[in-house]
Design a protein around this ligand. Structure first.
Ligand code: MN
Length: 254
């Protein structure tokens, strides 16, 4: 991928903001952040992002004010803008769409589907997940559709050994080579030494304190490693299909 899409996240809640940025970054998008509506619109004007994700309840100017500003600005009104909201009242949805939001996502966000939910508002050539694993790959007969990348090396990073064993048991029968690490330092060392084709990483790793993104950042800022696709390990019951799909689209990552 030549130029990853740039996605502006306007969200005052630190936990939500960090999770969204973490997920977008892990999938290869470039994130811009704003903590309130005023700064959000400023950054949108300055940076002209490809997509805007906007909390509804924001300090200074709320999500409705923000989307109004965006849609009234001739240089910004084309940018897809998705609301993120904990509101679930019937009238709120209509109000959000009427205000100019292209769509909305409910909080709490689901780490497993968040990126897919937002990236469908990007032009197809800018999407990273492309055809989604869930939608297109049957897991009924995985052996009948083993990709040409059989033998690919997959690095699994998780502090829980049971999760590593789960991935191993799902993927080794498909002839993938699994290497695993239970901490970030070991994971980085393995990434350098073994150059994996794909990395699965747990969302929360011990030893990272408040900076959960640092492993992804270590990979993304390393010249040799930065193009390796990274997948967040949530509860992937369809993990085989996810891997297969990503590896089949490997060429599009370069
Ligand atoms: Mn908020």
């Amino acid at each position: 991928m030549n130029n990853p899409a740039r996605i502006l996240v306007i969200e005052d809640n630190q936990t939500n903001r960090e999770l969204m940025v973490y997920l977008l970054t892990a999938f290869g998008y470039v994130s811009l952040v704003a903590h309130d509506g005023v700064v959000g619109v400023e950054i949108a004007r300055r940076e002209l992002p490809d997509l805007i994700i906007c909390d509804v309840h924001l300090p200074k100017r709320d999500g409705y004010d923000v989307v109004k500003d965006l849609k009234q600005d001739a240089s910004l009104h084309h940018i897809p803008t998705v609301a993120v909201t904990a509101m679930a009242m019937v009238g709120d949805r209509d109000r959000m769409l009427a205000a100019g939001f292209d769509s909305y996502i409910s909080k709490p966000i689901d780490p497993e589907t968040f990126v897919q939910q937002v990236e469908r508002f990007l032009p197809e050539e800018q999407r990273i997940i492309r055809t989604t694993a869930q939608a297109t790959v049957s897991d009924a007969e995985p052996h009948s559709c083993i990709p040409y990348k059989t033998g690919a090396t997959i690095l699994v990073v998780d502090d829980r050994l049971t999760n590593i064993e789960f991935v191993r048991s799902a993927l080794e029968p498909l002839h993938y080579r699994i290497i695993a690490a239970t901490n970030v330092q070991e994971a980085f060392r393995l990434a350098v030494s073994d150059a994996p084709d794909l990395i699965f990483t747990d969302l929360h790793m011990p030893g990272l304190d408040d900076d959960d993104c640092s492993f992804v950042r270590m990979i993304r800022t390393n010249q040799l490693l930065k193009k390796i696709p990274i997948v967040i390990l949530a509860k992937n019951e369809n993990i085989g299909a996810v891997v297969l799909d990503l590896l089949n689209h490997r060429s599009s990552w370069h």
